[in-house]
Design a binder for this molecule. Structure first.
Ligand SMILES: [Zn+2]
Ligand SMILES: [Zn+2]
Length: 379
């Protein structure tokens, strides 16, 4: 079938909205009519070529929609089901899956680096026949997408799909960094460096865990306000603070228990390290471009400080998504509150440019208004 999609033909060029060919789902695949997608900073990294040679590709990895057809052997969803997309459709058979680390699935990593589905092939072509990659295995900046079965996770139909779109990247990543990686408990002190779409989910998860204080750090004052709405108790405006690490130490009697870096630069990774107390842990959530190195003063490892990484929440993203959807339905997880811009598919490039400028938190692109459940607030 022919669909409209956001195509990355070459990094550094504007993303083009064009018609492409999408083949039907094969065995263990699902065709999803895309309702809405979030635009994430990883999409900027993809568009800029910072993730390796992942083009030409249909972009987009954070979305939700309605199942339209399923391939052979798919039994966990049926046409009409509402699904959130999960960009690591774990194979459940490789050594990482067997070891309880499906977020690191080897099969996903091998095929994903080439932009292919789990059988190593693509369902996407340009109209001239050129093969297209499934960007970040999801390719959901598009009217429809074919994803691996494990990439379509059933969620309650009551949750509006324009909000559910955020579950599959920002929410899983933020909640997992706090719960699975750091294990934040009531009363722990937390700093969050970078208050964009993922950082706000780290703050929200820290609040749900009972952390106090929760210190939000950003270079944009407006994002500190969004952070406070999600549960941050303090805001540090780095552009107006000569020594944010000292400020954080002053607020916490010598450093936070956990600092979450959600930007992906050497400077912010170093700040996360400097912000923690002896025995504290700095968790790097942000995605740095390939080839970028970060350094810390090695003698400080002698004070029991830890620097740890995480990918996609470091748990079982597909298994955790329904619980997060339930939290959103109960009102404990405020998805609408982190959405600062709503647009349609043609707004991809503008959304990427806003992220480059550090402006706003999440943009949601409503791809299919008939099923997204979004109605613009009056005024
Ligand atoms: Zn993302
Ligand atoms: Zn696997």
């Amino acid at each position: 079938m022919r669909i409209r999609a956001a195509v990355l033909r070459h990094p550094g060029q504007p993303v083009a909205i064009e018609e492409v060919e999408l083949d039907p789902p094969k065995a263990n695949e699902v065709l999803v009519r895309v309702a809405a997608v979030g635009v994430c900073h990883s999409d900027v990294r993809h568009a800029d070529g910072d993730l390796g040679p992942r083009w030409p590709a249909v972009m987009g990895h954070e979305g939700a929609g309605v199942v339209e057809a399923v391939g052979e052997k798919v039994t966990h969803v049926a046409p009409g089901d509402h699904v959130a997309l999960c960009f690591v459709p774990a194979c459940r058979a490789c050594r990482y899956c067997a070891a309880g680390k499906p977020n690191l699935c080897e099969t996903v990593a091998e095929n994903g680096a080439r932009g292919m589905l789990m059988d190593g092939t693509s369902r996407l072509r340009l109209l001239d026949g050129t093969l297209l990659q499934h960007g970040l295995r999801t390719a959901c900046f598009a009217e429809r997408t074919v994803v691996a079965a494990g990439g379509a996770v059933r969620i309650p139909a009551e949750l509006p799909l324009w909000q559910a779109a955020l579950l599959g990247c920002g929410v899983v990543t933020g909640a997992g960094a706090v719960g699975n990686v750091a294990g934040v408990r009531s009363g722990d002190s937390v700093a969050v460096l970078g208050c964009g779409g993922v950082g706000l989910q780290v703050i929200a998860a820290a609040r749900r865990a009972g952390a106090d204080p929760i210190i939000a750090v950003d270079r944009v004052p407006g994002k500190l306000e969004l952070a406070q709405a999600q549960g941050a108790t303090h805001g540090v405006h780095v552009a107006a603070d000569d020594n944010p690490a000292t400020t954080i130490h002053g607020l916490t009697n010598g450093g936070v228990d956990f600092a979450f870096e959600v930007v992906g630069t050497p400077e912010t990774i170093r700040l996360a390290w400097d912000a923690i107390r002896p025995g504290g842990t700095a968790v790097v959530v942000g995605l740095a471009p390939e080839g970028v190195a970060a350094t810390v003063p090695a003698i400080e490892f002698l004070s029991d400080k830890s620097l740890v990484g995480t990918y996609y929440g470091s748990g079982d993203p597909a298994a955790e998504l329904p619980g997060l959807a339930a939290l959103a339905l109960s009102g404990e997880l405020d998805l609408a509150g982190v959405v600062t811009h709503v647009d349609d598919l043609d707004g991809v490039q503008a959304a990427l440019d806003r992220l480059r400028r550090g402006e706003g938190a999440r943009t949601v692109l409503v791809i299919d208004p008939a099923i997204a459940g979004y109605s613009a607030a009056p005024g």
